[in-house]
Write a protein that binds this ligand. Structure first.
Ligand SMILES: *[C@@H]1O[C@H](CO)[C@@H](O)[C@H](O)[C@H]1NC(C)=O
Ligand SMILES: *[C@@H]1O[C@H](CO)[C@@H](O)[C@H](O)[C@H]1NC(C)=O
Ligand SMILES: *[C@@H]1O[C@H](CO)[C@@H](O)[C@H](O)[C@H]1NC(C)=O
Length: 447
């Protein structure tokens, strides 16, 4: 890439725009709060955007969390003390650390029950995410089931154990460990059931551990987890924190601040605002659930009044490119082409700069060749017209007669052009003495 002489100023502009960008980022965080006025925006390093909050008056009903500030660093907790490690406004999720549940089977019973719970309230609005999690069981020769409060089975998987499961397979594929998707019934908690597979007389106690885990985490961690489990099941069950994705939404009907707006659901906080959209995420028989997001070109927290603010695209040229004058308008930006670039020399310069000087020379070469071709074509045309207008006959006539030849001369166009000062009307001699063929390229003067 060849840089023109203005390179230093270009660099300076880049630096100032980078500085402006950093400044803009700081301004943006100051200008667009994520929590209600006067409410803390974080617990330790975890951002707490509204509708979540941990102080009185700082959360929407059902979205109260606890910030344990006695710990260093402070911990954000939900339900019965499950740690919250991330809240996503765009995905509508909460990442929590849940526990493994261990279940014993003994010779007296073929089946034992349990409970998966993080202390999330039955009324919601937090439920286990169906899309992000897997139901997992580890153990030997057991059938594990996840059961909804209605009694419906939502996930069942069986674990078989050959002699040495921990060395034969570590991919949680049903040998020593099994995993299954969960049926479309996301709930705050589930009942568990562990049954024996081919119970044989003489079998001693059986033990199994079940949990609900983020499937992406599971894909990475399952091999190590399985190895560790068979190494020391009790220790692993007690000490392993399982990342689980919890989903949240606003309950239409329960929440008086939600109403049918012009384009679907809306929040009273910003009725009809162009910067916010609210939409139904789950349309059940009795409950409809909604979430909101900022419209395209806006960013921030859609759950608070004026929470979605216009993105100043001109301050982020890396994401929103503009080679000209950038003008920010609500929701988008306009890019006006730079003056000068529209002119041909400007364009050639730009092309030359971007493609290197080689192209410039190539362009100059092409221009020269084109010019030569033009001249040659014009000369041919002149000769053609000379013939067409009986010029050759005249030429032969002139040269065949010595007397005429002495008094006559055929001028070339160039000579005439010079003599007549480019055919200045005042210099052209009058009468029929001059034969000026309209299209002719030769002018013949016989006197
Ligand atoms: C949320 O509020 C309810 C009712 O006041 C309370 O029982 C619960 O413990 C609170 N949850 C958290 C995580 O603070
Ligand atoms: C366990 O299952 C076996 C057959 O699978 C059955 O014969 C036995 O009665 C069951 N025991 C109990 C306690 O349910
Ligand atoms: C907001 O959410 C809706 C529904 O999921 C989606 O179609 C839309 O693209 C989202 N808008 C933005 C700006 O992310």
């Amino acid at each position: 890439m060849v840089l023109v002489s203005s390179a230093p100023s270009t660099k300076a502009k880049l630096c100032t725009s980078i500085a402006a960008l950093t400044l803009q980022c700081i301004v943006a965080t100051l200008a667009a709060p994520i929590a209600l006025p006067g409410c803390p925006e974080a617990c330790g390093s975890i951002a707490v955007p509204y509708p979540f909050g941990f102080r009185q008056g700082c959360f929407r009903t059902g979205f109260n969390l606890t910030c344990d500030e006695t710990r260093q660093p402070p911990k954000l907790l939900v339900g019965d003390g499950a740690e919250v490690v991330d809240i996503s406004l765009t995905d509508g999720t909460l990442r929590i650390h849940s526990k493994m549940v261990s279940i014993w089977l003994n010779t007296r019973s073929n089946q034992s029950d349990g409970l998966w719970s993080a202390g999330l309230t039955d009324e919601g609005p937090l439920i286990v995410s169906i899309d992000h999690n897997r139901f997992v069981a580890m153990g030997c020769n057991v059938l594990a089931s996840l059961i909804a409060s209605s009694g419906d089975y939502v996930s069942v998987c069986s674990v078989y154990c050959p002699d040495r499961p921990w060395v034969s397979d570590t991919s949680c594929s049903g040998v020593g460990c099994c995993q299954m998707p969960i049926a479309r019934l996301g709930l705050p908690s589930y009942d568990l059931q562990l049954g024996a597979l081919n119970w044989r007389t003489g079998d001693s106690l059986r033990y199994g551990a079940v949990f609900i885990a983020d499937q992406e985490w599971l894909a990475r961690k399952a091999p190590m987890l399985q190895l560790n489990y068979f190494d020391n099941p009790y220790k692993i069950v007690d000490s392993t924190l399982i990342p689980t994705l919890v989903e949240w939404s606003l309950h239409v009907g329960d929440d008086g601040k939600l109403y049918w707006g012009r384009d679907g659901f809306d929040l009273y906080e910003h009725r009809g605002s162009v910067s916010v959209n609210c939409f139904i995420v789950a349309d059940g028989l009795y409950i409809q659930k909604a979430r909101c997001n900022c419209s395209k070109g806006y960013e921030g927290n859609p759950y608070i009044a004026n929470g979605c603010q216009d993105i100043d695209e001109c301050q982020r040229p890396d994401i929103y490119p503009c080679h000209g004058t950038c003008i920010n308008v609500p929701g988008t930006y306009r890019c006006l082409a730079k003056k000068g670039i529209t002119s041909l020399p400007g364009l050639i310069t730009v092309i030359a700069i971007s493609a290197g000087s080689g192209i410039l020379f190539a362009l100059l070469g092409i221009a020269k060749i084109t010019n030569k071709l033009k001249q040659r074509r014009a000369k041919k045309l002149r000769q053609k017209f000379f013939k067409k207008n009986h010029g050759l006959l005249l030429q032969q006539l002139i040269s065949s007669n010595k007397e005429i030849a002495e008094r006559t001369r055929i001028f070339s166009l160039e000579e005439l052009e010079q003599a007549t000062n480019k055919f200045d009307q005042n210099r052209i001699l009058g009468g029929g003495a001059m034969a000026l063929s309209t299209k002719a390229s030769y002018l013949i003067n016989m006197w």
